[in-house]
Design a protein. Structure first.
Length: 239
């Protein structure tokens, strides 16, 4: 085993322990939580090693970085999640490799994703990114739509050819009433997910929690955690 593979295996085992312990503490089955490894800024060679180590879900946040990496790893049995702020001029490229886009936060993006998915003859799963630091219908500092905007966007996705509404995603806010209160933020996201599932019962993905707060996310009921640093190491600046 190469040094890098041994290192990634050790990190993965630690993250796996954390998820398993958090599930036990929350009285949840381990299978209820999917680990998504955020590989942004790290090379395709690391993605390949992760795949060898059994990782099945990876995430990226910049198309420029992700597109060539996904192309190099096209032979691997991976599901690619796009989790970054997405400009409409990048949508065509992203739809070429992303199975899910977790950062859907405005109607113009839905229209654009739908057109690209139809053209590529692909079905793209969509999560609405919720900004818990935004006004009800406003937009968050780091992308996302306020809670009041979820219903309308979800309906738009559900009706859009080529798209599927799969659930909600959030990043714990650094400002506003939930700053420093990850558990409360993730519980609020769960309540919003309950509301969403009344209209869209299959939209049961709840993507929350990163390296620093995955325990809080699992405790609140997240179905997917997105972990970068704890698996791959501290990113060089510009991550
Ligand atoms: C980078 C990133 C993560 C992973 O963050 P870590 O702190 O490195 O685990 C999760 N979600 C999103 C949206 C990200 O951009």
């Amino acid at each position: 085993m190469t040094d890098r593979k041994a290192q990634l295996a050790a990190n993965l085992a630690q993250v796996e322990d954390r998820i398993a312990s958090a599930c036990v503490a929350a009285g949840r089955e381990r299978e209820e939580v999917t680990l998504i490894v955020v590989t942004k800024t790290y090379p395709a060679s690391d993605v390949r090693i992760l795949s060898e180590l059994g990782v099945r879900d990876v995430a990226e946040n910049r198309d420029q970085d992700a597109a060539p990496k996904a192309a190099e790893c096209a032979d691997l049995p991976l599901r690619w999640h796009f989790v970054g702020q997405l400009q409409t001029n990048k949508v065509r490229s992203v739809v070429g490799y992303a199975d899910l886009v977790q950062s859907v936060d405005r109607s113009k993006l839905v229209t654009s994703l739908s057109a690209a998915a139809v053209r590529a003859e692909r079905e793209v799963g969509c999560l609405i990114q919720v900004a818990l630091d935004a006004e009800e219908n406003g937009r968050g500092e780091r992308g996302g739509v306020g809670p009041g905007g979820i219903e309308e966007l979800a309906a738009l996705v559900a009706d859009a050819p080529g798209l599927r509404i799969d659930g909600l995603m959030t990043v714990a806010p650094l400002t506003g009433p939930y700053a420093g209160r990850q558990r409360a933020a993730f519980e609020r996201l769960m309540d919003l997910s309950t509301d969403l599932r009344r209209a869209h019962p299959a939209a049961n993905m709840v993507s929350a929690g990163m390296s620093a707060d995955l325990e809080e996310a699992v405790a609140a009921g997240a179905t997917h955690v997105r972990v970068g640093t704890a698996v791959l190491g501290v990113r060089p600046r510009l991550g």
